[in-house]
Design a protein around this ligand. Structure first.
Ligand code: BLA
Length: 505
């Protein structure tokens, strides 16, 4: 029997959950050598069904009938387990669904009860309806709502959420469909440590998981060779969860869960997290349907995000080209950029901007004073910025900015000369933000000295923090438009210099 030692490190990321050595008891597991079919591992709940001495060499044929062996052979020959997984087999006189995966030369067979299967035609009908609703969604937020509603209709979980990761891996609930009597978790933030890095990595590979009952009697996996090499459960569907995560769910009052990964452009974008307040099982085929809806949703966000981004960039570029035309018409950079209908602030989301060129100065919109802007520029030059400088937290690099953060807290600055003596700078105001957390993020975990381990937090009561001295982000599109303007102005300046030279020659 493999023993599982809970982590005694203050670092949750070290917990080796892919070799956790246990499965959930609603199914059974066997692992065999893919070449000679010798049995290498067996879950305790399956082992106890045989009257066999497991100390001797055992082959798959000693434990399962021909129909199981045939399926394994077909899978191994084609290497395509996706098509055969979920097939119903007769196993120890029961109808079971078989799910196979292979890693290195070890082939793992998992058996789950088949009696809860929906008829195929019913499944197709449900899926068709869900697709139609998701496809007809309008805005981005509408897409999120339609999808959680559909997943809840199909699966019957008490609460279905979309949990979206931020850049620092903190996350936020961005859509929710729930039983009417439950308190909403919409808009709550959670710290990155709630889903540590190795777990996120695993969820990119294995995109749908259920926890049937957080209090289930998880079954150890018996290692027949007792060779201390644990079975790799990366692709297992029965793998039991980290005890820390199970405790986390218990502390939330949740008894069962379904989680579907959302992958966007190759990255883990978020998850559908579904909670149930009593034990709940849904079959492998059903989970596959959910996975399919998850991928459909991923393509839909890709499509909707891309369209939105593209539209914005086109608008910035159109305005940028107007600015350049105005400059060329009068051969005057200062006038061209500040005195016409199209303003510097039309090529991004800034509230104000200023230009300093050949010792002349102009500003538009909401900007700090000329002296304050010169001080900012000095500070940026000190930082040896390379003709482009961006921050969302100006007061961090330049403390005097605290007093005018309402005007300038985010800056984007481009140099029009090598020394950055001539420059254009854009400003975004401070966006002080109230954040509601699901529990105090400072107390995301607790150290249990007796058991030498980390525990998840006990309270998920709403906890509010205020983020200060931060502006909205500068998007890639905003940076691209500023760089385009710098490039176009530079070529105008070069042409002008050449013309003057030619006149003087
Ligand atoms: C896993 N933590 C998870 C998962 C979620 C969360 C969704 C994936 C579970 C799965 O797929 O089965 C967190 N669940 C949430 C959040 C919400 C939710 C934020 O419903 C909000 C709506 N967790 C801790 C601490 C540690 C920790 C302190 O709080 C580490 C010391 C670890 N979380 C942890 C681990 C896993 C996990 C190890 C992986 C569990 C596993 O699959 O074995």
């Amino acid at each position: 029997v493999q023993t599982y030692t809970p982590p005694n490190l203050s670092n949750c990321e070290k917990e080796p959950i892919h070799i956790i050595g246990h499965i959930q008891p609603h199914g059974e597991l066997l692992a065999i050598d893919a070449t000679n079919f010798e049995v290498l591992y067996i879950s305790e709940n399956l082992k106890s069904k045989y009257d066999i001495d497991f100390k001797q060499k055992i082959s798959l044929g000693d434990l399962a009938s021909e129909n199981v062996i045939d399926i394994v052979k077909v899978g191994l020959r084609s290497g395509d387990f996706a098509t055969i997984n979920g097939t119903k087999v007769d196993f120890l006189n029961r109808q079971m669904q078989i799910i196979i995966n292979k890693q290195a030369n070890v082939c793992t067979l998992e058996f789950e009860p088949a009696e809860t299967l929906l008829p195929e035609n019913e499944l197709h009908l449900i899926m068709g309806k869900a697709l139609a609703r998701i496809q007809s969604s309008g805005s981005f937020q509408d897409l999120l709502w339609q999808t959680v509603t559909e997943i809840r209709n199909i699966t019957g979980y008490d609460r279905v959420m979309i949990y979206q990761f931020k850049q620092n891996w903190d996350g936020k609930v961005v859509a929710e469909s729930k039983r009417a009597d439950l308190e909403s978790m919409m808009d709550l933030h959670f710290p990155a440590s709630d889903i540590p890095a190795q777990a996120r990595q695993l969820f990119k590979l294995n995109q749908v998981r259920i926890i049937l009952d957080v209090d289930a009697n998880n079954q150890p996996i018996y290692n027949i060779h007792e060779n201390n090499i644990p079975l790799d459960l990366t692709h297992s569907t029965l793998r039991s969860s980290s005890p820390i995560h199970l405790e986390y769910l218990r502390n939330m009052g949740v008894q069962a869960s379904l989680t579907i990964s959302i992958i966007y452009k190759g990255q883990l974008w978020g998850m559908f997290t579904c909670h149930h307040y009593t034990p709940k099982y849904i079959s492998y085929s059903f989970r596959n349907t959910c996975k399919f809806i998850g991928s459909l949703f991923s393509s839909a966000i890709e499509f909707k995000q891309d369209a939105r981004e593209k539209e914005l960039l086109e608008r910035y570029y159109r305005n940028e080209s107007d600015l350049v035309k105005n400059v060329m018409n009068g051969w005057d950079i200062l006038r061209g950029l500040t005195q016409f209908d199209t303003k510097l602030t039309d090529i991004n989301e800034a509230h104000g901007a200023a230009i300093c060129f050949e010792n002349q100065f102009y500003s538009v919109g909401i900007s700090p004073s000329q002296t304050e802007i010169s001080e900012i520029a000095d500070r940026v030059r000190d930082l040896q910025a390379d003709s482009l400088y961006i921050t969302q937290h100006l007061p961090k690099i330049h403390p005097p900015a605290k007093s005018y953060a309402k005007k300038a807290c985010g800056i984007l600055m481009i140099g029009l000369s090598q020394s950055m003596n001539d420059f254009i700078i854009w400003f975004k105001p401070e966006q002080s933000q109230t954040i509601h957390w699901g529990g105090n993020p400072e107390k995301a975990h607790e150290w249990d000295g007796d058991k030498q381990r980390i525990n998840p937090r006990k309270s998920f009561e709403k906890f509010t923090t205020l983020s200060q001295h931060t502006s909205l982000e500068w998007s890639d599109n905003e940076v691209a438009a500023a760089l385009k303007l710098r490039e176009d102005l530079n070529s105008i300046l070069i042409n002008k210099t050449n013309e003057i030279r030619a006149l003087n020659a």
